[in-house]
Design a protein around this ligand. Structure first.
Ligand SMILES: Cc1ncc(C[n+]2csc(CCOP(=O)(O)OP(=O)(O)O)c2C)c(N)n1
Length: 343
């Protein structure tokens, strides 16, 4: 992995230092994201829910870390691989119900699996149209600016999505109007089976920022502390009204585009290379080396997460599907079939 374009953030990292307790909490969230993801891959393969499943294993740091310590009023515009944002801000049972497409999901079970959104967490259900969420995030940021509210929107997209016209329009508009947005581009080298080199004629996707007059930076998206030290200043800058930032995070998805994709278009060596750069053991090693985490604590955290996942799966599996009228109810005015209480 080459990062040719790394620029220092505008503030010194120490201003945004995490306490030992917060560092441990971040570890818990990263591990929860990984364990939930691996469990749901298995559940899909066991036929426990339909459709497909979009795993984000390997990319956890790029979503969990930027979502950590945001204000509740801050907004997140995720795409289909942003499980980590939801792990930080939404109850697991809500996420599980969405994947299972059950009536108690926030989207009434009507969206595609892994299109997680949860209004109380200020996370919008992503549009299936790639990059659509970046347009929405910019709209929300514009509202924050007009209302003079000190809140920030995070807009996530894959490197593939940055080739979309609407994404460019969103980034350009945010730069012109100095909107409080942080654009996070997760460059995992592949958009379905299309390699990054066929999407942008450069090594670093942060160059996309150059043409719109926005600061852009490329970083190792598998380095937990680096992600924090880059994202936190960008969020603070947006909150101060100084405008948007684009952060390219270089990372990798370990598995296929979704669970129905064997991903045999990728060289084995590439997969192995990135698996050795797993963000979670590297962070764990850092914590243990600095005596901020013990093996015993790690075991306790794993047991706690396992239990939380069991409960979320039970919640989803105990629920029904919504009636078919709900499909029409959200399209035609004549079909008024609103869902009952949802989580
Ligand atoms: C406009 C549009 N074109 C194609 C698709 C199908 N599609 C869904 S995700 C995806 C790949 C997106 O790649 P990237 O933005 O790099 O994100 P990643 O899947 O790698 O996380 C494609 C082609 C879509 N949903 N919308």
């Amino acid at each position: 992995m080459k990062v040719a374009y790394e620029k220092p953030p505008s503030e010194t990292p120490s201003e945004f230092g995490l306490s030992p307790k917060e560092k441990k909490e971040l570890y818990y969230l990263l591990l929860k994201c990984r364990m939930f993801d691996e469990r749901f891959r298995k559940l899909f393969r066991a036929g426990r829910f339909a459709g497909t499943y979009f795993s984000a294993v390997g990319q956890e740091a790029t979503t969990v870390v930027p979502s950590y310590k945001l204000l509740p009023q801050d907004f997140i515009g995720p795409a289909h691989r942003e499980l980590g944002c939801n792990i930080v801000r939404s109850p697991l049972k809500v996420i599980a119900a969405q994947i299972y497409a059950r009536a108690n999901s926030p989207d009434k079970g009507l969206s595609h699996p892994c299109h997680y959104g949860y209004k109380p967490a200020n996370i919008i259900t992503p549009a299936s149209t790639v990059a659509g969420q970046s347009v929405l995030a910019v709209g929300v940021a514009l509202a924050y600016k007009i209302r003079k509210e000190p809140y920030v929107a995070l807009a996530f997209v894959g490197e593939g999505g940055t080739a979309m016209g609407p994404w460019y329009e969103a980034v350009n508009f945010a730069a012109v109007h100095k909107l409080p947005v942080v654009f996070i581009v997760q460059n995992n080298l592949w958009g379905e089976s299309v390699p990054a080199r066929l999407v942008g004629a450069f090594e670093d996707f942060s160059h996309r920022a150059d043409g719109v007059g926005m600061p852009g930076v490329s970083i190792d998206g598998n380095d937990v502390l680096k992600v924090w030290e880059t994202t936190a200043p960008a969020v603070a800058r947006a909150r101060r009204g100084e405008g948007p930032t684009l952060i390219e995070m270089k990372t990798y998805r370990w598995y296929g585009h979704s669970e129905i994709d064997p991903a045999d278009y990728r060289p084995k060596e590439e997969v192995e290379y990135w698996k050795k750069r797993d963000p979670i053991p590297a962070y764990e090693k850092y914590l243990m080396g600095n005596k901020k985490l013990t093996l015993e604590e790690k075991k306790q955290i794993e047991e706690k997460i396992d239990k939380e996942i069991d409960e979320a799966v039970e919640f989803a599996e105990a629920a029904d599907y919504g009636p078919v009228e709900w499909v029409l109810g959200d399209v035609y005015a004549d079909f008024k079939a609103d869902a009952p209480d949802r989580p």
